[in-house]
Write a protein that binds this ligand. Structure first.
Ligand code: ATP
Ligand code: MG
Length: 760
C-alpha cells in the first residue's frame, strides 16, 4: 500500500488498527495529525463508506487541509466525510434535528457579542450592579455551567453553587442564567456553548436520534483531544458507544484551554472508559531540529503534572535558540523585523516561512508597525473576522431576521438602523409588551396598533411589512438576488453610500465584498440548495482565517500562541517573554495556572522547524504608560547550553533621547546575568527611574482632553512626551492612531484612546 509508505512502524500500526478504541498521546510534531489523516484515507481504501466517518478537528482550517490531503489518496470520496470543529459539525447536525428539541431548523447562532448584549439587557432589567455582575463574569459562569452540562434548573438547585454565589454576593446568578436561557430559546437562538449543550440534550432525550448517529458514524476520530471539555467528551462517548471505533490523539503537554473548561481528565479517564483500549506511543519528532526539541523538553520538565514522554528528533542539531533582548516593545518589533529581512535574503526564505507568536493580541501592534516600516507583507491570524465588522453584522442582521423573525438581537440591532423613527423608548415599549404578554418581540411588531401608540406604531408596522416582503422574496430567489434586494430596500446601502468619509467608503466596500461572496456562493455548482438561508447558516462560526481570500499568499504569519496550535513554520519568533506578560499576570496565583502557561510556551516553541528565536523587552507600553519589565522565569528554566544570547541591540538610535542615559549604561552591561532580575547598577540597561527622569513635566493647566475631534495640524501636549504637532491620523474609531511630532523626543505613534493628550 504505497500511500502508507510515509509512516514509521508505530504510526503505521496506529493507522492500521482501525477497529476498537485507540489512543495516541504523544509529544508535539510526532505525527498525530498525520496519523488521523492517513487513517481516514486508509479506512476509505479498505472500503468503509466515507459517509460513515466523523473527524473532529481543532480549526476549520485544519479540517480543510486534512480533507485536501485525503482527496489526494481517495479522490472525491473525501467530500462526504463529516469533518470539522465540534461546533461546526454539531451545528450541522442540529440543523437537521433541532425541531425535536423545540428549535426551528434555521435557528440563529448567537456570537459572543449577541450573548453579551442579551446579558446586558437582563442585568439592566433586573437592576443589578454591572460591576459585581460584570458581563464577562456572567457569560463565563453560564458558559462553564453549560460545558459541564448543568442546566439553569440544576444550577438553582445545587447547594454548593448557590452557597458560592451567595458568599460572593452574586445570589442572583441562577436567575440571570434562567433568564438568559429562556430568552435565547424564545429567540430561536443558540449560543456557541449551546451547540454542544443542546446536542447532548438531543442525544439524551431522543434515543432514536442517538441510535441513528451511532450507526451513521461508524468511525470517529478526534484531534487535539487534550483540549476537549466535558460536554464534548460526552458527545463523543455517546456517539461511539455502539461501534467503539474511536481514535483520539492528543498531547497532555499541549493542553492550553483549561480556562475554557477543557479537562485533562478526559485523557486520563480514557483507559477507564475503554478497558480494551489500544495505546500507541509516538516518540520521534519529525518537525523540529534536535536543539528545538531539547529546549521544548527542558521547558515541560518543569511541570509537575505531566505524562512522561521521551521525545527525540533525528534531524540535524540545528542552530541554537537565539534569545534577543530589546529595550522597548517597539525596539523588539524592529529587531524581529530586521532579522526576518536578513534571514530571508541570506537563507533564501520566503515570507511565509516566518511566524511571530505572542501571548496577547495587543502585542501585535509593535510587530505590525515594524513589519510595515520595512515593507514586509504579513497577515494576522485569528483576528477579528470579516463577519464581525459592524456594517457586515448590520446587513446580516437583516438576513437573520428574515429567516428567524424571533431573533431578538438581530431585531434590536436594525429596527432603527438606518433611522426610521423608532426610538429607544419605542423599543423598550415593545420589549415590555412582549414580556407582559409572554410573546416574542416579533409578535408585538406584527400588531403594533394593539401595543403601541399611533405615530410609532405606523413606523413599526412599516418595518414589519418590509421584513415580511424579504421573507416572501427569499423563498424563490437565489442567495445573491435576495441579498442585493435586502441591502437596497432596507436602506442600508444608501446610508453607507451617502457617508463619504474614509470609513464610510470602506464600509460600503465591505458590503460590496460580502455581496460578491454571496454571488460566488449562488454560482457554485457543487451544491444544490443555494438560498440565502443556506449561505447564512454557520457564518457566526467563521473566523477571519476561514474568510481568507488568498490563503497561499507569501506573507509572514502573526498570531497568538493559542491559535498556533497544530501549525508549523520553518522559523518562529516567540516574543514578549516577560514576567506578567508570559507567564501572564493572571496565572501567577496557582500552580495549575502557571503550568498551563508553561504548556503554552511549550506549544509555542514546538511550532518551529529549523530556527527558533525568543525575545523580550525591558520596557513596554501598557495602556499608554511605559513600564519596565523583567525577563520571564521561563527563560531561566531552559538549559543554557541550548541558547545563544543576542544582546547586540543597542538602545534605539532614533530621535528618542529617553535612551541616552541607557546607552551610556549599556556600555558597562554584561551578558551572562541578563536573565536575572534587573540590578540597579550598570548591568541593568534600562531603569524605570532613568526613563522617568527624562520625562516631561506637564504644564500647570494640563488636563487630558477629549480627542475625538483631533485633526492633523493641531498642537497638543502629552503628559510625558511634552509639546507636539499632529502629523497624521489613521485607522477607525476607537482605534485611531495619531502620528505626532514631539519637540522633545521626535515622532511617535499613539493610540488615541489611551493617549493622555491636551489639545492646546
Ligand atoms: P502537534 O502536536 O503540534 O499537533 P502532531 O503530532 O500532530 O503535532 P504532525 O503535524 O502530524 O504532528 O506532524 C509534524 C510534522 O512531521 C509534519 O510536517 C508531518 O508531515 C511530519 N511527519 C510526521 N510523521 C512523519 C514521517 N513518518 N515521515 C516524515 N514526516 C513526518
Ligand atoms: Mg497535530
Amino acid at each position: 500500500m504505497d500511500y502508507l509508505q510515509g509512516l514509521n512502524p508505530e504510526q503505521r500500526a496506529a493507522v492500521e488498527q482501525t477497529e476498537g478504541p485507540v489512543m495516541i498521546i504523544a509529544g508535539a510534531g510526532s505525527g498525530k495529525t498525520r496519523v488521523i489523516t492517513y487513517r481516514v484515507a486508509h479506512l476509505i481504501r479498505k472500503g468503509v463508506d466515507s459517509f460513515n466517518i466523523l473527524v473532529l478537528t481543532f480549526t476549520n482550517k485544519a479540517a480543510r487541509e486534512m480533507r485536501e490531503r485525503i482527496t489526494h489518496v481517495v479522490g472525491n470520496e473525501a467530500k462526504n466525510i463529516w469533518m470539522g470543529t465540534f461546533h461546526s459539525v454539531f451545528a450541522k447536525l442540529l440543523r437537521v434535528e433541532a425541531e425535536k428539541i423545540g428549535y426551528p431548523s434555521n435557528f440563529t447562532i448567537y456570537d459572543t457579542d449577541d450573548s453579551k448584549s442579551v446579558i446586558r439587557a437582563i442585568l439592566k432589567e433586573m437592576n443589578l450592579d454591572d460591576k459585581l455582575y460584570s458581563v464577562n463574569f456572567v457569560l463565563n459562569r453560564i458558559s462553564a455551567s453549560k460545558n459541564n452540562l448543568i442546566s439553569w434548573q440544576e444550577y438553582q438547585k445545587n447547594e454548593q453553587i448557590q452557597a458560592d454565589d451567595f458568599s460572593s454576593g452574586r445570589g442572583q446568578m441562577g436567575l440571570i442564567y434562567q433568564n438568559y436561557a429562556t430568552r435565547c430559546y424564545r429567540a430561536g437562538a443558540m449560543d456557541f456553548d449551546d451547540l454542544l449543550y443542546k446536542t447532548n440534550e438531543l442525544l439524551k432525550l431522543h434515543p432514536e436520534v442517538l441510535n441513528k448517529y451511532q450507526h451513521k458514524f461508524k468511525y470517529l476520530m478526534v484531534d487535539e483531544y487534550q483540549d476537549t471539555n466535558f460536554s464534548q467528551y460526552l458527545i463523543v462517548k455517546k456517539l461511539a458507544a455502539v461501534n467503539e471505533n474511536l481514535c483520539v490523539v492528543g498531547d497532555d503537554a499541549q493542553s492550553i484551554y483549561a480556562f475554557r473548561g477543557a479537562n485533562i481528565q478526559n485523557i486520563l479517564n480514557f483507559e477507564k472508559d475503554y478497558p480494551d483500549l489500544k495505546v500507541f506511543k509516538l516518540e520521534q519528532n519529525y518537525r523540529s531540529t534536535q536543539n528545538i526539541v531539547h529546549v521544548a523538553n527542558s521547558i515541560i520538565s518543569n511541570n509537575k503534572e505531566q505524562l512522561k514522554k521521551n521525545v527525540f528528533s533525528e534531524k540535524e542539531a540545528g542552530d541554537k535558540i537565539k534569545v534577543m533582548r530589546a529595550f522597548s516593545d517597539n525596539e523588539e518589533g524592529k529587531m524581529v523585523a530586521e532579522t526576518i529581512m536578513q534571514d530571508r535574503s541570506l537563507k533564501g526564505r520566503k515570507w511565509h516561512d516566518f511566524a511571530i507568536l505572542y501571548r496577547t493580541n495587543a502585542q501585535s501592534r509593535s510587530m505590525e508597525e515594524a513589519l510595515r516600516k520595512l515593507g514586509i507583507p504579513y497577515k494576522i491570524y485569528g483576528g477579528l473576522s470579516f463577519y464581525q465588522r459592524k456594517e457586515i453584522k448590520d446587513l446580516i442582521a437583516y438576513f437573520r431576521l428574515t429567516f428567524n423573525p424571533n431573533d431578538e438581537e438581530a431585531l434590536k440591532r436594525i429596527i432603527n438602523y438606518p433611522r426610521r423613527g423608532i426610538g429607544d423608548t419605542t423599543v423598550d415599549r415593545i420589549i415590555v409588551s412582549a414580556d407582559q404578554n409572554q410573546i416574542s418581540l416579533w409578535e408585538v411588531i406584527l400588531e403594533p396598533s394593539k401595543y403601541l401608540d399611533g405615530r410609532t406604531s405606523a413606523a413599526v408596522g412599516t418595518f414589519a411589512t418590509m421584513i415580511q416582503s424579504f421573507q416572501v422574496l427569499s423563498k424563490t430567489k437565489t442567495a445573491y438576488e435576495s441579498a442585493v434586494y435586502i441591502a437596497q430596500h432596507s436602506g442600508l446601502l444608501k446610508d453607507l453610500y451617502e457617508d463619504k468619509s474614509v470609513e464610510g467608503i470602506n464600509r460600503h466596500e465591505n458590503i460590496q465584498e460580502l455581496l460578491n461572496g454571496i454571488k460566488e456562493f449562488s454560482e457554485r455548482e457543487d451544491i444544490e440548495e443555494k438560498g440565502l438561508d443556506i449561505f447564512m447558516q454557520d457564518i457566526a462560526l467563521l473566523t477571519n482565517d476561514d474568510n481568507d481570500k488568498n490563503p497561499d499568499a507569501d506573507t509572514v504569519s502573526l498570531m497568538t500562541i493559542h491559535s498556533s496550535k497544530g501549525l508549523e513554520f520553518p522559523q518562529v519568533y516567540v516574543v514578549g517573554l516577560e514576567e506578567n506578560l508570559f507567564p501572564s499576570q493572571m496565572s501567577l496565583n496557582s500552580r495549575s495556572d502557571l503550568e498551563e502557561e508553561r504548556r503554552l510556551f511549550y506549544v509555542a516553541v514546538t511550532r518551529a522547524e529549523t530556527k527558533l528565536t525568543i525575545s523580550y523587552a525591558t520596557s513596554r507600553f501598557k495602556f499608554g504608560t511605559l513600564i519596565s519589565c523583567e525577563p520571564s522565569r521561563f527563560l531561566d528554566e531552559i538549559d543554557a547550553k541550548y541558547l545563544e544570547l543576542d544582546y547586540s541591540a543597542k538602545p534605539s538610535t532614533s530621535n528618542n533621547p529617553f535612551f541616552d542615559d541607557d546607552r551610556k549604561a549599556w556600555s558597562g552591561g554584561k551578558q551572562a546575568d541578563a536573565f536575572s532580575k534587573p540590578k540597579p547598577a550598570t548591568s541593568a540597561p534600562v531603569k524605570t527611574t532613568s526613563i522617568l527622569a527624562k520625562a516631561h513635566i506637564p504644564s500647570a493647566n494640563f488636563k487630558p482632553s477629549d480627542t475625538s475631534n483631533l485633526q492633523v495640524g493641531m498642537e497638543v501636549e502629552h503628559e510625558r512626551f511634552g509639546f507636539g504637532k499632529v502629523l497624521n491620523l489613521e485607522g477607525n474609531k476607537p482605534d485611531i492612531k495619531a502620528t505626532i511630532f514631539f519637540k522633545e523626543i521626535g515622532q511617535k505613534q499613539l493610540l488615541l484612546k489611551f493617549a493622555k493628550l491636551y489639545i492646546i
